[in-house]
Design a protein. Structure first.
Length: 256
């Protein structure tokens, strides 16, 4: 019986590629979310005027639906980012990286449920069912759905804030990222938590902390692209393909 060793290349994604995926996804999210939330929804919704809000949405129904689609894409990208950050930070603390990843998944899950309220609004103002209702009924349902969306947004941001706190700690402990970045990301998480809890506990509180604490999120995108280009100090410069050995046993023919 003879043993024969064959070499089979297996391609494994590099950390530089993962960093590029995370950085690009976060960049797209940073463009789509403000466009949808502040560029479209905030412009169409008039908090104290239900009639004006309904008229604005009817007049810009296509743009309203584009905003919903953009926010749905953000939820998809969040899932991809959760995976990428877990891969990058798993060597620091695998258990904590897993928890941070699950928090990142929980936030878009809650947000997706909230987003369904906006789809209800679009269907209400654009379908025949909505036309059969009295204007006052349509306005009341639209404003109630928008309020539910806002509440879901706040809850998802609270979960996202917890994610950023854990992420900031992992970045702080990682040799591949500067410590100040971890501190700034944790501060960003604290800003989201402060915003969510002040809206719950102090409804009239108008100050928004995250407007001033988001710097760490922006720098994280920059640093991920930097690592994608320059590589990771802890990663060897070996080729992307690794060779594994597989032992194959082949029967031999006995010749007398």
């Amino acid at each position: 019986m003879t043993n024969q060793i064959t070499k089979r290349p297996t391609v494994d994604i590099s950390r530089r590629a993962v960093a590029l995926i995370a950085g690009f996804s976060l960049l797209v999210m940073a463009l789509l979310a403000p466009f949808a939330r502040f560029g479209v929804l905030q412009a169409l919704v008039v908090p104290a005027d239900a009639a004006a809000t309904v008229e604005n949405i009817i007049a810009s129904e296509g743009l309203f639906r584009v905003a919903i689609a953009a926010l749905l894409i953000v939820t998809f990208l969040d899932i991809l980012v959760a995976w990428a950050l877990y891969v990058l930070l798993r060597p620091v603390n695998a258990a904590l990286a897993l928890l941070v990843g699950w928090l990142r998944l929980a936030a878009p899950a809650v947000f997706a449920v909230a987003l369904a309220n906006l789809l209800d609004v679009a269907q209400l103002v654009g379908d025949a069912d909505g036309a059969a209702l009295q204007p006052a009924q349509v306005q009341a349902q639209v404003m109630a759905s928008i309020a539910s969306f806002d509440n879901g947004w706040d809850i998802s941001l609270a979960i996202f804030g917890l994610h950023l706190l854990g992420l900031g700690y992992l970045l702080f402990r990682s040799a591949d990222f500067p410590r100040f970045l971890g501190v700034l990301v944790a501060i960003a998480g604290g800003g989201y938590l402060a915003d969510s809890f002040t809206r719950i506990l102090i409804p009239d509180f108008a100050f928004t902390f995250s407007v001033f604490t988001f710097v760490g999120e922006a720098l994280l995108i920059v640093w991920l692209f930097y690592r994608a280009i320059k590589g990771f100090p802890s990663e060897s410069d070996s080729p992307g393909a690794r060779v594994t050995e597989q032992r194959l046993t082949q029967p031999t023919t006995l010749i007398p």
